[in-house]
Each structure stands twice: as structure tokens, then as C-alpha cells.
Design a protein around this ligand. Structure first.
Ligand code: KDG
Ligand code: MG
Length: 404
């Protein structure tokens, strides 16, 4: 079935989302998420100016060929903008295919390998007491895994805390010019084990405990952190060091048994090949929508399976419900699934995106609607025009830049 149009929808219901809508000659539509936080318009332009015109007239069922055509055919390859754009096309084509044959995408991928997808929620607090309340709330809702982040005493701001009034969704991209945050590693290294101790003392060991370091430590600092957290039996620590220095993970691994997760800033199989084949990580956290879509992420997960690395896909609120649904379909089918991040979306996102995924007892399911199971209301999307918003930046106490 030929593609007749490919349109880009940019909307800001709570935060910016870029969505690609592909339409075929029988009127079937498919959606792909093209959101790249803080760089949204670059992907919108890549699609509108360079990809959409090339899609019209192509056979929507030749998903593998279109993927290769966009990847090899651009000559310039890899990188977040390119791979997010390709991902949007890929997911939209899987959505079209599912709707045309009347099956959910997970069935097209060979069917479910599990009954549900274990997700982790995001507990956070301005103090340890606040954090404990937040963790308790997630456990009461049935979550089996919780990520914990709390304000580091002495620092004015800390990564990963939800804003008052936003429930448990944290949204750091909140300013038209990036906000300056201040970072001090010794304060963090002192606080992190005390935070985990408080959580385990209050709630015990009957659930998975996760934590995101967000690329802020040196290899030896990360090794110290990993060791200091060993008594609390973490499910993982995420992004302990800046992800591009892959040898750093060998250093961390030599010193601690705390499991390591990384990948939300990676875009292709080449970015994680070394980490996986050298067995330097335990979980690969790439997202469907920043890593070339279902077609490419599936290959990455297969490579990871050969080396005992499990999946733990990025599922922050800056990936749209379309991306989240695609992740759930893939998660349901892969043998080496580990866990899925679930942050949810700020309102009024549900006015714009109608979803069919469900949560029960700590597990999510993408539903059995044909395709990905997400629809976009374009009239609602038009009510929320794009707003320039950036992630914060981090500076050390002496004013020099640090990784955020
Ligand atoms: O856009 C950046 C966010 O997606 C990122 O800060 C969220 O680290 C993140 C996570 O683990 O969800
Ligand atoms: Mg993260």
C-alpha cells in the first residue's frame, strides 16, 4: 500500500512533542514519535524538509527497505537527530502495518513472550521524609520497582525531582533559556547511601530499587558509589559516568557488584556494541524513538541477549505516548527483557494522545488494538503550540560546566 502523505505535528500539551503521521492510499494512518528534548524543531525540519518528500509513493509495507534507504541513503548517519527521525518513520510504518492487518504490533513481532511488562515508577522528594512518602505511594499502587531520587542536602537543585503539583512526573525542560544548576560530587556521594539506607529500612527488600546518577561521576567515584550501595541491593545504578567514555565502565565493574545501566543518549547499535560485547553493562537503556525505531532497537536487544545484557528502556515523559506504546510492544516480545521505565505524561497530554496501554499490579500491557494503539487528536494538538524549552545545565561550585 503506497504512502500518500507524511506530516509532522508539533504540539506542547504540558511539554513539546513532535509526531510523524504517515497516511497510505487506503486512508490508513500510522504514528511515530520524533521528539528530541530541547532540540525538537531540528527533527521536525529533518523530517519535513528531507524525509517526508522521499516517503510519498513508497510501499509502506517495505519497512526494512525504507529503514535502510533512510540510514544508508542519507550518507550522513547516526546521531540523535537522524536516528530520531528514522525511528519516527519506522514506528509509523509498524503502526500502519498493524492497522492494515488488524493486529497489535507485538503480534507482528512474533507475539508476547510474557504476560506483562514490569515497569518502574519515579519516587522523589525534597527531603528523605518526602521521598519515603513518595516510595510508599508507588508501592501502594502496586509497583514492583521504584527509582528513587531526593534533594542532595546543601545543593540548591537536584536532578530527577518532581515539581510540586505534577504528581510523580518530573519535567526538567522548563525554561526558554537553560537554567543553571549547581553540582558538588562530595555532597552527593555522602548522601546517596544514606538515602538508600532510609528506603530499605522503611520498606525492606521486597521490591526493586533503582537510581539514576545522570552521567555525573568519574569512574572511580562511580565505583565508590556502587560499593557504598551494595548493602541495599540495587536493581541498577543508571548512567554513573558520561556514556561516551565506554572504557570507564570497565573500571567501575572491577570494583563493584552493583548492576550498571546505560544507553538513553545512544542512538545506534554502534554506540553500545563495545559495552555489550565486552560485558561492561547489565542493562541497555536505549529508547525506541531515539534509536532508529522498533526495527533497529530489536537488533540491539538481540545483540545484548547474546552477552547476557537485559533491556531497560528509557521511558521519560519527554518521549511521547506513541514512543511509550512502541516500547511496550517490543518489551512484551523480547527474551532478554529486564524492566521498562514509566514516568507518565503531564496533562494535558491525554487530550492530544489517546492510548490503549494499561497498568495493573506493577505490570503494563500495550493492549490489543491494531497497530501501536495510540491515536492523536490534531485539533487538540493545535490548541497547544510549540514553546521553546530547554533542559538545565550543571555548573560546579567554581562555575565551570559539569555534565547535567
Ligand atoms: O530529556 C532528558 C530526559 O529524558 C532524561 O533526563 C530522563 O534520565 C532520564 C531518565 O532516566 O528518565
Ligand atoms: Mg536517565
Amino acid at each position: 500500500m503506497r504512502i500518500t502523505s507524511a506530516d509532522v505535528i508539533v504540539t506542547c500539551p504540558g511539554r513539546n512533542y513532535v509526531t510523524l503521521k504517515i497516511t497510505t492510499e487506503d486512508g490508513t494512518t500510522g504514528l511515530g514519535d520524533a521528539t528530541l528534548n530541547g532540540r525538537e524543531l531540528s527533527v521536525a525540519s529533518y523530517l519535513r524538509d528531507h524525509v517526508c518528500p522521499l516517503l510519498v509513493g513508497r510501499d509502506s509495507g517495505r519497512i526494512n527497505d525504507i529503514w535502510q534507504y533512510l540510514y544508508r541513503g542519507a550518507y550522513w548517519r547516526r546521531g540523535p537527530v537522524t536516528m530520531t527521525a528514522i525511528a519516527a518513520v519506522d514506528c509509523a510504518l509498524w503502526d500502519v502495518l498493524g492497522k492494515r492487518v488488524g493486529k497489535p504490533v507485538h503480534q507482528l513481532l512474533g507475539g508476547a513472550a510474557r504476560d506483562g511488562v514490569m515497569v518502574y515508577g519515579h519516587a522523589s522528594g525534597q527531603s528523605v521524609d518526602d521521598l519515603l512518602d513518595s516510595v510508599g505511594g508507588f508501592l501502594d499502587q502496586g509497583y514492583r520497582a521504584v527509582r528513587v531520587q531526593a534533594a542532595v542536602p546543601g545543593l540548591e537543585s537536584t536532578y530527577g525531582l518532581h515539581h510540586p503539583g505534577t504528581g510523580h512526573t518530573y519535567e526538567p525542560a522548563d525554561a526558554a533559556v537553560p537554567t543553571d544548576n549547581v553540582w558538588h560530587t562530595p555532597a552527593y556521594l555522602d548522601f546517596a547511601p544514606r538515602m538508600m539506607k532510609a528506603v530499605r529500612e522503611r520498606f525492606g527488600y521486597g521490591f526493586h530499587l533503582l537510581h539514576d546518577v545522570h552521567h555525573r561521576l568519574s569512574p572511580l567515584e562511580a565505583a565508590q558509589l556502587g560499593r557504598s550501595l551494595e548493602p541495599y541491593r540495587m536493581f541498577w545504578i543508571e548512567d554513573p559516568t558520561p556514556a561516551e567514555d565506554q572504557e570507564a565502565f570497565r573500571t567501575i565493574r572491577q570494583h563493584t557488584t552493583t548492576p550498571l545501566a546505560v544507553g538513553e543518549v545512544f542512538n545506534t547499535i554502534w554506540d553500545c556494541q563495545y559495552l555489550i560485547t565486552e560485558r561492561l553493562i547489565d542493562y541497555i537503556r536505549m529508547s525506541v524513538s531515539h534509536s532508529g525505531g522498533i526495527t533497529h532497537l530489536r537488533r540491539i536487544f538481540d545483540l545484548a541477549d547474546l552477552y547476557g545484557v537485559r533491556t531497560g528502556s528509557h521511558g521519560a515523559g519527554d518521549l511521547s505516548p506513541v514512543s511509550f506504546a512502541a516500547a511496550l510492544h517490543l518489551d512484551l516480545t523480547v527474551p532478554n527483557f529486564g524492566i521498562q521505565e514509566y514516568m507518565g505524561h503531564l496533562e494535558p497530554a491525554s487530550e492530544v494522545f489517546r492510548t490503549s496501554y494499561t497498568f495493573a499490579d506493577g505490570y503494563m500491557h500495550p493492549g490489543d488494538a491494531p497497530g501501536l494503539g495510540v491515536e492523536i487528536d490534531e485539533e487538540a494538538a493545535a490548541r497547544y503550540p510549540y514553546e521553546a524549552r530547554y533542559l538545565p545545565v550543571n555548573r560546579r561550585l567554581d562555575g565551570s560546566m559539569h555534565d547535567w
